[in-house]
Design a protein around this ligand. Structure first.
Ligand SMILES: [Zn+2]
Length: 497
């Protein structure tokens, strides 16, 4: 009885780039996730869960704040949004955040609400200081350069900037090559805190001493490029070959020539990703075992998801961002803990719903401003015909950072919004090139049926229009977002949109 009255803890584990279709449970034929497959039988599994975007900052932001990326004028830092960590801290929870990711750093406000926070750049709270002095100095220098560059940037013409950009890109490619080889040569598993094994140690050392109840969020980065799985998880590929294929991927990406990536290299890269997934699968199992050993599982809800997916040229690109296809937005979502049934739910649900679910689990009232709905019984009742929305606001990589320091901002002019239902995905693009896919007949989204299903397309566009009204652009949307033009084209237009 005592244990049921005790306030429960929450552990939220997010995994980089872990697209749903690379997990055995969701049909992946290679046996790379035996432990996750077993684990997913022990709780509530959402087989059609969607990220709110296709890259780290807007995705994690939506997960932690239950708001859509384009709200707050597209600013996807934590500056103006309320984080679940704040809500829980105000309700007596010890809050620990371990993202180890520059986009999720305190520089962009992601430490908001966390008592203890580590982003690999700066640390705060009750943490062991690991090289923190030198890291803090590096952080300050980077920040200073960034701010200077911002002012500096305004002094040049577009042509001069394009020359400077080319020089900068070449230097960057060279630097990336050096960094990747350095990581590989030094054995990244020992050296970098982002790696699963090391992250587990951090989690466990903090949880052993944490005052309960606690909320811990940790972000696993292993499945983010460069893919350099350690020796015991690497098959049929040597270290040099691993480095070369990763460098090629980086160069192709920065030069915007991803479609020229050779099939042989693509296969290697994709296999390396699978090996990283396998490595991660092993360390998540290890963490679950340790939590059990510490007696924490009986009082703790564990949530596992990915921030977003990744691409291997399914639609002309490698890595994430920019698009909203299924390989980028369909993610695993799993909840286990005291009283949680073992069940699979096949209705589309969104990351927006995760924070309200946490509050529902802990019997804490949902503050105003959190848009999602709990994924527990009552919140699922009226979802039959409802779809989910995913948003992206960049037409080139890094566009969201071309603003003032400390801000990450989606660009309305580059807006894309996907509306995903049980059987369709509609992708609205502000440039007029909308797409509609039948997810049952064509789950890989190869055949755009917008001209064959104009009525359906129009229904989806109406939903997107309502969504836009709801999230932000009251009165302002018309001049920037060409949704009316898209509807007109569907009704009266000939040929493809
Ligand atoms: Zn990410």
């Amino acid at each position: 009885m005592e244990s049921s009255k005790k306030k429960k803890n929450v552990i939220l584990l997010t995994v980089e780039c872990l697209r749903a279709d690379r997990i055995g449970t969701f049909g992946y034929e290679k046996k790379t996730t035996p432990n996750l497959d077993e684990l997913f039988k022990r709780g509530l599994l959402f087989s059609r869960a969607y990220s709110a975007s296709s890259w780290t900052a807007p995705c994690i932001n939506a997960l932690l704040t239950s708001t859509y990326p384009f709200m707050y004028d597209g600013d996807v830092t934590m500056n103006k949004r309320t984080s679940i960590a704040e809500v829980l801290r105000n309700n007596g929870y010890t809050t620990i955040g371990l993202p180890f990711h520059a986009y999720l750093s305190s520089f962009f406000g992601y430490d908001k609400g966390f008592d203890t926070f580590k982003d690999g750049i700066k640390e705060k709270g009750n943490t062991k200081e690991i090289d923190s002095n030198s890291e803090a100095l590096k952080y300050k220098i980077r920040r200073y350069i960034r701010m200077k560059f911002y002012k500096f940037d305004k002094l040049f013409s577009a042509k001069e900037k394009s020359i400077l950009y080319k020089i900068w890109t070449s230097v960057k490619i060279l630097r990336i090559g050096l960094v990747i080889s350095k990581i590989a040569l030094l054995d990244k598993r020992k050296k970098y805190p982002k790696m699963g094994e090391r992250l587990n140690k951090e989690i466990l050392s903090l949880l052993k001493n944490a005052h309960q109840p606690f909320f811990l969020w940790a972000h696993y980065l292993d499945t983010h490029p460069p893919f350099l799985p350690p020796k015991n998880f690497s098959r049929d590929i040597g270290m040099l070959s691993k480095i070369i294929v990763n460098v090629k991927q980086r160069i192709a990406m920065f030069e915007n020539k991803e479609d020229a990536f050779k099939p042989k290299d693509l296969e290697k890269l994709s296999n390396l990703f699978d090996m990283e997934v396998e490595y991660l699968d092993f360390w998540i199992k290890n963490l679950m075992g340790e939590l059990d050993y510490l007696g924490l599982l009986k009082d703790t809800y564990v949530i596992i998801t990915a921030d977003h997916g990744t691409q291997f040229l399914e639609h002309g690109r490698i890595h994430n961002e920019l698009e909203l296809y299924q390989e980028l937005v369909h993610v695993p979502l799993f909840i286990m803990g005291p009283g949680i049934p073992c069940k699979e739910i096949e209705l589309p649900v969104s990351h927006i719903d995760v924070s309200p679910t946490i509050l529902d689990l802990l019997n804490i009232n949902k503050p105003m401003g959190l848009l999602g709905k709990s994924l527990l019984n009552n919140g699922m009742n009226d979802r039959g015909g409802i779809g989910v929305f995913c948003e992206e606001g960049q037409s080139e990589r890094g566009e969201a950072f071309q603003t003032e320091p400390g801000i990450i901002k989606l660009n309305k002019e580059s807006m894309k919004i996907a509306y995903i239902t049980k059987n369709r995905s509609y992708i609205f693009r502000n440039n007029g090139e909308d797409e509609l896919y039948d997810l049952i007949k064509d789950p890989r989204e190869r055949n755009n049926i917008i001209n064959e299903e104009r009525e359906m397309a129009e229904k989806c566009l109406e939903k997107i229009k309502e969504h836009l009204k709801e999230i932000t652009y009251k009165g302002k949307s018309k001049e920037i977002v060409n949704i009316k033009r898209a509807i007109k084209k569907l009704r009266y237009g000939k040929g493809r949109i």
